[in-house]
Design a binder for this molecule. Structure first.
Ligand code: PGA
Length: 256
């Protein structure tokens, strides 16, 4: 059984004070559950860099884990504006979202760079959440599988079966992100199963079965249960609905 994982991607939202309030709200809602081996999902929040320290301190010792939204592929040095794995680990970061479609689209991140970052993260004991997904034009042209396969193989090239234990993949159809349009549970399941098949081909059955694949793209409380009931959907990467305690917690509850 794969443990479900619900992650909130706060994107470029929340001042430090607002981030702290949101983190404390989420932590408070989840503190009632004293379990650790039950069917509760793993919960991760990914605030902007500026709020990582404050949110990390607030969440220390709680069930909520700390993630971030990007990372440099380099160790240190003259890379203006970049943030390294050492700096992130120092703040208690455990997960790092890599290759989000907004980074691919607006900052021209290619599979080559995503792959470099994934390798660096794994080498430095950070768990990458690796995003893939087709654009609307790809889907309409019947190219969903082609595009997703290229991203999966390119972003995850050279990752060993053993390293895959620390990888999460997020399937996020670009046309569903922030648009209110969700992929139907059938559409999402189809691509999730397809991705698992590619991983099987890359590193074998065991690693493929162990890999958690999140769905992302307008996931909310009202559609989460059905999406999360699909056999190959192992969690969610949540944007808009992760910005308020209630809507995020309702999704976490749908994953139980
Ligand atoms: P959304 O974003 O939930 O607002 O669609 C998801 C994401 O981009 O990770």
């Amino acid at each position: 059984m794969r443990k479900k994982i619900i992650a909130g991607n706060w994107k470029m939202n929340k001042t430090v004070a607002d981030a702290l309030a949101l983190a404390n709200g989420i932590k408070g809602e989840l503190s009632g559950c004293g379990c650790c081996s039950c069917s509760c999902p793993e919960v991760v929040v990914c605030p902007p860099f500026t709020a990582l320290k404050t949110v990390g301190d607030a969440l220390a010792g709680s069930k909520v884990q700390l993630g971030c939204q990007n990372m440099s592929s380099e160790d240190d040095g003259a890379y203006t504006g970049e943030i390294s794995h050492t700096m992130l680990r120092e703040l208690g970061v455990q997960y790092v979202i890599l290759g989000h479609s907004e980074r691919r689209e607006y900052y021209k991140e290619t599979d080559f760079w995503v792959n470099k970052k994934v390798k660096k993260a794994l080498e430095k004991n950070l768990r990458p959440i690796v995003c893939v997904g087709e654009k609307l034009a790809d889907r309409e042209a019947g190219n969903t599988e082609k595009v997703v396969e290229e991203q999966v193989r390119g972003s995850l090239a050279g990752i060993t079966a053993e390293q895959f234990e620390n990888v999460v993949v997020a399937y996020e159809p670009v046309w569903a992100i922030g648009t209110g349009k969700t992929a139907t549970s059938e559409q999402a399941q189809e691509v999730h199963a397809f991705i698992r098949g590619i991983i099987r081909d890359m590193v074998g059955e065991k690693a493929a079965q162990g890999l958690r694949i999140q769905y992302g793209g307008s996931m909310k409380a009202s559609n989460a249960k059905e999406l999360l009931a699909q056999p190959d959907i192992d969690g969610g990467l949540i944007g808009g609905a992760a910005l308020e305690v209630r809507s995020f917690i309702d999704i976490v509850k749908a994953a139980v």
